[in-house]
Ligand binder design. Sequence first.
Ligand code: ADP
Ligand code: MG
Length: 321
Amino acid sequence: MISEFDLIKRHFQRPTRHTELGVGDDAALIRATAGCELVVSTDMLIGGTHFLADDDPESLGWKVLAVSVSDLAAMGAVPKWALLAIALPQPREAFVAAFARGLFDCADAFGIDLVGGDTTRGPLNFCVTILGEVPQGGALRRGGARPDEDIWISGQPGRAALGLAQARGLTVLADDGRAECLAALRRPQPRLALGMALRGLASSAIDVSDGLLADLGHILERSGVGAIVDMTALPADGLARFCSDAELVRDSLLAGGDDYELIFTAAAERRAEVDGLAQRLGLPLTRIGRVTDEPAGSLSLREADSRLTIPVRRGYDHFAS
Ligand code: ADP
Ligand code: MG
């Protein structure tokens, strides 16, 4: 059986780009850029909760790092270094090799050095800590939204939730949408370029991991404001083409997690700049509502017939039953 040390050396030790000393010593040495703040975040993926037992390990490797990159994107930061803690029931080398392939695909895509970690026996579990940089004072935060600002979302939220419904056998998506929704679920594309471009433009930002309304709710709470989301403005057309179940489409859009799109707020005078950014990045940016001066966290939906409704479900909560 392969030893812990051989496993690490064979699969997790790679040349680095911007690191003094990476995997192999008691700790890593990294050199931060003068004038920047370090941005740090950690995320855990647990078998059975965050992924299904038969998920392919290469996608898991991509996803565990991609969700961390997404957190840094939502801060307007540049990811540079990552640490990986893994627990495995048994050291199945084929599994580890595929996992590492996916992880380094993502690391290469976003210029990240894996600089350390821990490997131990236990119930299947991956934990990534990511470090990045942002120019001093330039980070995007959840707390900056102000009344009357616009609320925007990137991309096509809801596809990952439809992909999950397909993977669980709860729906059958149209042929042309199936691969796209499963890819959104298994290989999320963190919006790094967007996050960096939003520095100085957005007043607040968050990435959508638990659901559009749930994560927008975090901005509203932290900013002490409310919001009205316009149902007719949401980018739903793509989803409706793949799935004829209107309830599922609506729920995936509003409360589906795992999309890793960015929600952000910006002053109304800056609409043209946001539209220009969408052009430049080739990424749809959709204005979905408006910040209000209602009590912190209050959120209503403007339905197609102009009625205001209160959403029943905002998203996924690990501790709610
Ligand atoms: P120590 O016992 O001194 O903590 P370890 O034996 O845990 O050292 O790890 C040896 C080296 O391998 C360290 O540099 C550690 O950061 C790195 N490492 C361990 N597991 C992983 C992993 N899964 N991915 C990347 N680096 C790892
Ligand atoms: Mg250790």
